[in-house]
Design a protein around this ligand. Structure first.
Ligand code: PGA
Ligand code: ZN
Length: 373
């Protein structure tokens, strides 16, 4: 049996994430490949392994650092994902079923969080917030996807009319126009989904990227924490904005606490750079009520076992789970199985013009077909 895995990489990474191993030029991954072929495979080969958790624990021990900096979260995660796949294959079950059995969660189709307008560092800061997403929650994922696809095409026409130009694309396969007000993308997207009851809006402000010298910088203006909260309250009041990710910088716990108190009763306040799929950070965020939803990115932590522990912790606190891709993706579809298998609220997998994003949505549709047979 052979199991493969592809590992993604982020551009707007949280500073508390596990460390990738890169070459001296900061780009290549020959050192990470050498770690897998060398140290990791010497440890793995020729031994009996009884579970993927056992392999993950051995990887963590072999690395021996708190941030996976020695072997690299990229080397470790690829091996971990392949190990989970291999054990599922050996049991003769789909990966999502294996993950559901292991965790005891009931599988459920996630809502699709599709990043249709890309800003922030994914688009050279042409727009202040990093991601403007449509949340699709039709009765089936097939219907969600089909409707989303139509809206995505309509959006291009609207944006071309508004900006009177060809619209450039961002890193995550969404459009990347320029506007000079915070509200404009929200006006356009709420107009777009009018009459589409299964749709609402989400953003990832990725506010760590907006934060400098103690303040937030948006479209040439400076906002204090309190002023930025007023901005979010206004957006939530004016538009069908259901979910706000990283509204404040990763260590601005006061900002997160304030918005969770103000809007957390009716909106999702999602931790990404705040929590980095790390159980220590998640535990503190739960205790201080800094969010009510967790973005889950396996490569922020480096093994699937730890990813599942992070999910368990958040779910015990009744947080919603949104499983997520990275801006630098591969065609690997592990996260689609993970989102379905653990019954996540959402799967965030980007816009609809890049094959590596579409693969995730297609995998959900394939799973839907499997379960309806
Ligand atoms: P990244 O951004 O993959 O570029 O880090 C994604 C996100 O912030 O959610
Ligand atoms: Zn994010």
């Amino acid at each position: 049996m052979i199991a493969l895995a592809g590992v993604p990489s982020g551009k707007s990474t949280g500073s508390h994430e596990a460390r990738e191993l890169r070459d001296e030029d900061g780009r290549g991954v020959t050192r990470a490949i050498a770690a897998v072929d060398g140290e990791i495979s010497s440890m793995l080969v020729g031994r009996e392994w009884s579970s993927p958790e056992e392999i993950d624990a051995a990887l963590i021990a072999l690395d021996g650092t708190p941030d996976k900096g020695r072997l690299g979260s990229n080397s470790m995660l690829g091996v971990s994902m392949a190990a989970w796949r291999l054990f599922a294959m050996e049991e003769g079950v789909e990966l999502w079923r294996y993950l559901a059995n292991k965790t005891g969660y009931t599988p459920r189709m996630p809502r699709i969080f599709s990043n249709v307008i890309n800003g922030g560092v994914h688009a050279n800061m042409r727009l202040p917030f990093q991601e403007y997403m449509l949340i699709a929650a039709a009765d089936t994922v097939r219907e969600s996807f089909d409707e989303l696809y139509k809206l995505f095409t309509d959006l291009r026409h609207t944006l071309e009319q508004e900006t009177r130009a060809m619209v450039p694309m961002g890193d995550e396969g969404g459009y990347s126009p320029t506007f000079d007000t915070i509200d404009k993308p929200f006006e356009i997207l709420s107009g777009l989904i009018k009459g589409h009851p299964h749709f609402s809006l989400a953003i990832d402000a990725a506010a760590s990227e907006l934060f400098e010298n103690g303040a937030y910088h948006i479209l040439g203006k400076t906002y204090s924490r309190d002023e930025l909260l007023v901005v979010y309250r206004g957006l939530a009041a004016r538009y069908p904005l259901e979910s706000i990710e990283d509204p404040f910088a990763e260590d601005d716990t006061q900002g997160f606490a304030a918005i969770t108190e103000a809007l957390g009763g009716t909106r999702l306040i999602v931790g990404d750079d705040l929590t980095v799929t790390n159980k220590t950070r998640i535990q503190s965020a739960i205790e201080a009520k800094l969010a009510n939803a967790l973005l889950v990115k396996p490569n922020q932590i480096g093994t699937i076992s730890e990813t599942l522990e992070a999910i368990r912790l958040a779910r015990e606190a009744r947080w919603e789970i949104i499983v997520s891709h990275r801006s630098g993706e591969t065609k690997d579809t592990f996260i689609a199985d993970l989102a379905y298998g653990i019954g996540a609220y959402g799967l965030k997998a980007g816009g609809l013009t890049q094959q590596e994003r579409l693969e995730k949505y297609e995998r959900l549709i394939e799973i839907e077909r499997q379960i309806s047979r």
